[in-house]
Design a protein around this ligand. Structure first.
Ligand code: FES
Ligand code: FES
Length: 175
């Protein structure tokens, strides 16, 4: 066992963990942070994305011991990093734009999108698609997810996203 000390969603935690334990396992199984989900366990889908010292990481690709001394933010603590209300503006934008269906990809998609906008506050649509390409969604066709990120960046509006395009593949929705 290895002793780790870190901050998770604003709370300091200290634990003894197996050196092989993944960060996502630690968050879910030891801390009960089940808002962070596992889609593939092989660093492909991005469903497990969290922020590690402000940078987005796939938490199935990080050992818990590697987070020692760091600050981790999950989807459950995201709103608290922004003091405007119950939801972070990115969560609000996903809600406004219907940027989800089953919701399984949503925690990781939102965490990635927040980190992406920190690096590129006014991205083009193409840049958004590249910025979230490590996060897979099997339901939405991405169209409304992209609109949500545009809205959160202060570009576009939820009307142009439109509920009617939910689930329509991007090429159809934009044609
Ligand atoms: Fe981590 Fe899929 S569960 S990338
Ligand atoms: Fe179902 Fe994205 S909303 S996987």
């Amino acid at each position: 066992m290895t002793r780790i000390n870190l901050t998770v969603d604003g709370a300091k935690v200290a634990d003894d963990v197996e050196p092989r334990m993944l960060l996502v396992q630690y968050l879910r199984e030891k801390l009960g942070k089940t808002g962070t989900v596992v889609g593939c366990d092989t660093s492909n889908c991005g469903a497990c994305t969290v922020h590690l010292d402000g940078t987005s990481v796939k938490s199935c690709n990080v050992l818990a011991v590697q987070a020692d001394g760091s600050e981790v933010t999950t989807i459950e603590g995201l709103a608290a990093t922004y003091d405007g209300g119950d939801l972070h503006p990115m969560q609000e934008a996903f809600r406004e734009c219907h940027g989800l269906q089953c919701g399984y990809c949503t925690p990781g998609m939102i965490m990635q999108s927040v980190a992406f906008l920190k690096e590129n506050p006014k991205p083009t649509e193409e840049e958004i698609r590249v910025g979230i390409e490590g996060n897979l969604c099997r339901c939405t066709g991405y169209h409304n997810i992209v609109r949500a990120v545009q809205l959160a960046s202060g570009q576009g509006d939820h009307q142009s996203a439109g509920a009617s395009t939910v689930g329509v593949p991007a090429e159809e929705a934009t044609s």
